[in-house]
Design a binder for this molecule. Structure first.
Ligand SMILES: C=CC(=O)SCCNC(=O)CCNC(=O)[C@H](O)C(C)(C)COP(=O)(O)OP(=O)(O)OC[C@H]1O[C@@H](n2cnc3c(N)ncnc32)[C@H](O)[C@@H]1OP(=O)(O)O
Length: 110
């Protein structure tokens, strides 16, 4: 799971929220994300499901989506009950790739 997170584009200071930070507390409390849907599946609720949910832009990877994805991965990773994580996209495409053109990860403009 840590390996999967390490594949995400680098957004300094955003991808690895410190343990106990506000974002993780919000996630743990079950608040909804804007760009992803998360759920625990299976009889033992031991499968973490993350679905990319930005259909208007074909799940293009904007900074907000990447940040939420990283937070969800970290929260599932720290959940001792979760033994596997499934990451899915949309019906039409998994994701439209990097949002827009150029390097938003560097400019931080999205
Ligand atoms: C890290 C490197 C990379 O990721 S490189 C790859 C970057 N991604 C792309 O180059 C894909 C760009 N998108 C497309 O070529 C097409 O959208 C498509 C082939 C994936 C699908 O074509 P289709 O005709 O079925 O849909 P639309 O083109 O009409 O797209 C719908 C809607 O989504 C928006 N969108 C799609 N991809 C992106 C993106 N990468 N960034 C931002 N927005 C994207 C597209 O603009 C449309 O929005 P709308 O408001 O309706 O104009």
């Amino acid at each position: 799971m840590a390996a999967l997170r390490s594949l995400l584009p680098c957004v300094p200071g955003l991808l690895r929220p410190r343990h106990g930070c506000a974002a993780l507390r919000t996630f743990a409390a079950g608040a909804k994300f804007e760009y992803i849907i998360t759920e625990k599946k299976g009889k033992a609720h031991n499968v973490g499901l993350i679905q990319l949910n930005r259909p208007k832009a074909l799940n293009a990877l904007c900074k907000g989506l990447i940040t939420e994805l990283s937070q969800a991965l970290q929260a599932f990773e720290e959940d001792r009950a979760v033994g596997a994580i499934v990451l899915t996209g949309g019906e039409k495409v998994f994701a439209g790739g990097q949002h827009g053109s150029g390097s938003w990860a560097v400019r931080g403009a999205v």
